[in-house]
Design a protein around this ligand. Structure first.
Ligand code: ZN
Length: 146
């Protein structure tokens, strides 16, 4: 028997991912957030195992699970290296919390989504590691890390 055929799909049941999504929903209070979350789930349901969404052509916007806690334009800084604009590159979805085996405790790792912004000009290609910008939308409030 080969283990090569074992994929994430085989290891994780949709029901379990659904539980993670539902427990996030329980945290919401506002109608706008609930509405936003519902349409977010509708989009995600087309590929329920996805944990990352990539910006394909530079015009894709993050799919925000909630209406509150989104960054506005001034919230996104300019590139640390060339001072040019940053653009949305990819976002991490809450389903990843399930794959990380994050427990549902008060101080557990948690996010509704994490949107990562990178230099539009992809400058400083010689550096192995670059500082990028991440916007974290939490299910109750929002904070930023970089
Ligand atoms: Zn740059």
């Amino acid at each position: 028997m080969s283990e090569e055929n074992g994929s994430a799909n085989a290891l994780v049941s949709k029901d379990k991912t659904g539980d993670t999504m539902k427990s996030l929903l329980d945290n919401f209070e506002g109608d706008d957030d609930r509405k936003s979350w519902a349409s977010f789930q509708e989009r995600i349901a087309k590929a329920p195992q996805q944990v990352l969404r990539y910006c394909r052509n530079g015009s894709t916007k993050p799919l925000w699970p909630m209406s509150s806690g989104r960054p506005s334009k001034p919230d996104i800084p300019t590139c640390t290296y060339c001072q040019g604009p940053l653009c949305f590159e990819f976002q991490i979805l809450p389903q990843l919390l399930f794959y990380f085996n994050v427990k549902n405790d008060v101080d557990s790792l948690d996010w509704a989504t994490v949107a990562v912004y990178t230099c539009e000009a992809s400058c400083e290609g010689t550096l192995a590691y670059k500082q990028e910008y991440a916007w974290v939308q939490l299910s109750s409030q929002s904070v930023t890390v970089s």
